[in-house]
Ligand binder design. Structure first.
Ligand SMILES: [Zn+2]
Length: 94
């Protein structure tokens, strides 16, 4: 099993256009993965972590984007209430 280090994220507009949410991630090897690819990899037993500005966090899958009634699925999070870069949503955009 492997450990993947995520340093940046990619975002997209939600289907209803009300917000931007994660589309995928980019690793320290500069490879882009979609949310689903990350979730499938986690279920397969690999570890996905973020590293940015001295913060580290483990990525975990959740069923849906937490904003409103957004049905983007599957979705990813680390520490969703953090204002720092241990929150996946706060990573720089690729
Ligand atoms: Zn959303």
């Amino acid at each position: 099993m492997a450990t993947y280090i995520v340093t940046r994220v990619t975002k997209e507009f939600s289907a209803d256009g009300t917000h931007r949410h994660l589309e995928g991630v980019v690793t320290d090897a500069d490879v882009h993965y979609t949310r689903k690819e990350v979730v499938d990899s986690i279920w397969a037993g690999n570890v996905w972590k973020t590293q940015a500005d001295g913060y580290e966090a483990v990525i975990e899958p959740i069923p849906y984007c937490p904003q409103g009634i957004c049905l983007a699925t599957p979705y990813l999070r680390t520490n969703p209430d953090s204002p720092e870069k241990d929150n996946l949503e706060n990573l720089d955009s690729a």
